[in-house]
Design a protein around this ligand. Structure first.
Ligand SMILES: [Fe+2]
Ligand SMILES: [Fe+2]
Length: 341
């Protein structure tokens, strides 16, 4: 329930508490949908504030998304720092964090928007780990996996880049292109993370494999092994998709972020020979639901609102700019540069 000033009250809100007159007469019962007429009535009677029902979707954990996100970042920082100092992984902290994230992710919440609002909260490695965990959980839900599998996917996402704590941060944060030697160094985060998770002994082999194999690609171009074909273990294949999506939509030392539309297009292209199409397809199909209503900046710098998304072409919607429409499915010269809100 929210207490709200009449000046901020809009028609359509639902009353959260009965309203009484000064002489204790019931004026309006709880649950009434406020109309414009009610607003005039309140003003005439000198009513300044009312309680309305809070219609914002509540996650089942009962905690706002932003709080859970910040708590998770703290936890990731602390267990990553401990790992760097040679201490063993804090299993309890990792499982509690995943449980918090697990309770936040449901089909109906706009995770992409929520993540976008949290982007610059901390170092890339920490936010990226939380984001990949959230996206792995979301993909698990979309694929209707067993709840225990979904939780484990969350752990896999949270730990997939843990090996990076052993890589020189100057290399990780280098703005320009990496030298061959530096790239070889970065590649080691896969095996280092795998070893750390296996040595700990508290996590499944699937979780360790996600850390080892999330950069493998079906065409053999990935690392550390360079295996060919769509034969990655499931957790590694899901983590790979979540990892690519978050990397493209984040600002990194060497490139600025792309819009979720560009990311979806890249994922689609990557499905032909690199990422597992069984997972990119689900991601690509579902993502369309979240695009309607987005305010976007087009590549011609105009700002508009996405008003229609064709599920077979989610990255080429119809965008309304003032009183004109751009159909990006037919007008291929224009694309969505950025999602604004
Ligand atoms: Fe990685
Ligand atoms: Fe990653």
């Amino acid at each position: 329930m929210l207490r709200i000033k009449i000046s901020n009250l809009k028609p359509g809100a639902r009353l959260g508490k009965d309203i009484y007159s000064y002489d204790a007469q019931l004026l309006l019962p709880r649950g009434t949908v406020i109309t414009q007429e009610h607003l005039h009535h309140f003003a005439a009677r000198g009513i300044e504030e009312v309680f309305i029902m809070d219609s914002r979707p509540r996650p089942k954990s009962g905690k706002p998304f932003a709080d859970v996100y910040v708590d998770s970042l703290q936890a990731v920082k602390s267990f990553m720092l401990e790992a760097k100092l040679g201490k063993s992984l804090d299993v309890e902290e990792i499982k509690t964090t995943t449980e918090m994230l697990f309770l936040q992710v449901f089909d109906e919440i706009d995770l992409f928007r929520q993540i976008r609002l949290m982007k610059e909260k901390d170092d890339y490695l920490f936010t990226h780990s939380v984001n990949v965990s959230l996206l792995c959980i979301l993909i698990g839900r979309w694929m209707k996996c067993d709840e225990q599998v979904i939780r484990e996917l969350g752990v896999a996402g949270l730990l997939h880049d843990i090996g990076k704590v052993y890589i020189d941060s100057e290399i990780l944060n280098k703005p320009g292109q990496l030298t061959k030697e530096e790239y070889e160094e970065v590649k080691k985060h896969t095996t280092l993370g795998y070893n750390l998770i296996v040595q700990n002994g508290s996590f499944s082999h699937d979780v360790a494999n996600a850390a080892l194999l999330h950069h493998e690609r079906a065409d053999g171009s990935g690392y550390p092994i360079g295996t060919k074909g769509y034969n990655l273990p499931f957790y590694a294949a899901v983590t790979a998709v979540a990892d690519v999506y978050d990397a493209i939509t984040s600002d990194r030392a060497y490139s600025s972020r792309s819009s979720p539309y560009t990311a979806a297009e890249i994922l689609w292209e990557e499905s032909f020979g690199r990422l597992d199409p069984r997972i990119t397809k689900v991601f690509y199909d579902k993502i369309a639901n979240f695009y309607v209503g987005n305010q976007v900046r087009l590549s011609n710098n105009e700002i508009g609102v996405v008003i229609f998304v064709d599920p077979s072409m989610p990255t080429r919607p119809i965008v309304m700019v003032d009183d004109k429409f751009y159909n990006l499915a037919t007008d291929r010269s224009i694309f969505i540069q950025e999602v604004i809100d």
